[in-house]
Ligand binder design. Structure first.
Ligand SMILES: Nc1ncnc2c1ncn2[C@@H]1O[C@H](COP(=O)(O)OP(=O)(O)O)[C@@H](O)[C@H]1O
Ligand SMILES: [Mg+2]
Length: 336
């Protein structure tokens, strides 16, 4: 029989609540779907689950770990004090406290949070990534002659398409410089400019430590959005349900890919997972051109694993139920 565990379910919160707060009300809202889904699944598996939301104070985490026994921390925290780049620091604290935790190591989160650093490593391993240039704040902004327009301008260290709009795809020196300035001055982030990869966009989940499983790709379909506009997963296209409905934007399982192409996509993601020394689970954002060239756009350590999101749906497709997936993630945490 499976061992019943004391699990601390850790997540980020937009405000602080005392330790022991039950989040029942929050978990009714769609904003907390992933936390609620994971919590329900862990309870259904017979584990004892405690909840801890972190806002801008790390002390409650240290107190919780010191005072209550947790066999494992199930880590869903994606930001600290609303900042994506501090996600890794939470994991650093857990690593220093010596607790077993699910998900990526602090080292992986550090690498994957920086879109340029990730691409440098992948490029070293001969995995295709878009050509790019970084623009750190306080330095001159110019259009690099080595890059081909159009260019996608993004915050260097952000997630969830924050800062990504149609205006992120720039096709002139003027619009390019303006967008970099927007990232620097309005968002207060460093920027990365990448060559725009035209093609289908796939999401590929991978899990495992040494032995890994690559899940079937899902794909974003841009519905009735104009073919003349760049088709990208902007913040609105990802999160604004009304906007998605208006344009018929949907995430679906990829229609059958040409012979050998699905293998190529899976092989690329498997190699990327190993090249970045990832573990437990991750998701790659991939673009595939009309010539079936496969580019990694982004490596997501600790991607969202809500019940109806791409990762869990893809696992379900190959016969891994949501509860089984949660248990596998825990088992992987113990088998490091
Ligand atoms: N080089 C690129 N070529 C084409 N589309 C891109 C490129 N970079 C980003 N995009 C589009 O922008 C979206 C968000 O970019 P991504 O790097 O994945 O950032 P985030 O961490 O915010 O998800 C992608 O899903 C894709 O649709
Ligand atoms: Mg992405």
């Amino acid at each position: 029989m499976r061992k019943k565990l004391n699990i601390l379910l850790l997540f980020d919160s937009p405000y602080s609540k005392p330790r022991g707060y039950d989040y029942a009300e929050e978990f009714q809202s769609s904003d907390w779907e992933a936390e609620s889904d994971v919590s329900k699944a862990l309870c259904a598996l017979g584990h004892k689950v405690r909840l801890l939301g972190l806002y801008n104070d790390i002390i409650p985490l240290i107190e919780e770990i010191k005072s209550e026994k947790a066999d494992v921390v199930f880590n869903l925290a994606e930001v600290f004090n609303q900042k994506s780049h501090l996600e890794k620091n939470i994991v650093c604290v857990l690593e220093m406290l010596g607790v077993i935790q699910t998900g990526a190591s602090a080292a992986s989160l550090f690498i994957c949070n920086d879109k340029a650093l990730t691409k440098k490593i992948l490029n070293f391993h001969r995995i295709k990534v878009p050509q790019f240039h970084t623009f750190y704040r306080g330095h001159r902004i110019w259009l690099p002659k080595t890059l081909k327009l159009p260019l996608v301008v993004k915050p260097l260290c952000e997630e969830a398409s924050r800062g990504i709009a149609q205006a992120s795809v720039t096709d002139s020196e003027e619009s390019f410089c303006e967008r970099v300035r927007f990232i620097h001055e309005t968002m207060k982030h460093d920027a990365i400019a990448e060559e725009y990869i035209d093609g289908r966009e796939l999401y590929v989940g991978v899990f495992g430590n040494k032995r890994i499983t690559v899940l079937p790709p899902t794909e974003i379909k841009f519905g009735t959005m104009s073919e003349d506009e760049p088709r990208i997963a902007t913040y609105k296209a990802k999160w604004d349900n009304q906007y998605r409905k208006k344009w018929g934007i949907r995430n679906v399982f990829s229609a059958r890919l040409a012979h050998g192409v699905e293998e190529k996509v899976k092989d690329t993601c498997e190699r990327a997972y190993r090249a970045l020394n990832m573990r437990c689970y991750a998701r790659f954002d991939v673009r595939m051109t009309a010539e079936n060239q496969v580019f990694i756009i982004e490596a997501n350590a600790n991607p969202s694993i809500g019940r109806y999101e791409d990762f869990a749906m893809a696992a379900e497709k190959i016969g891994i139920s949501y509860q089984k997936l949660m248990q596998r993630i825990i088992d992987l945490a113990f088998r490091r």
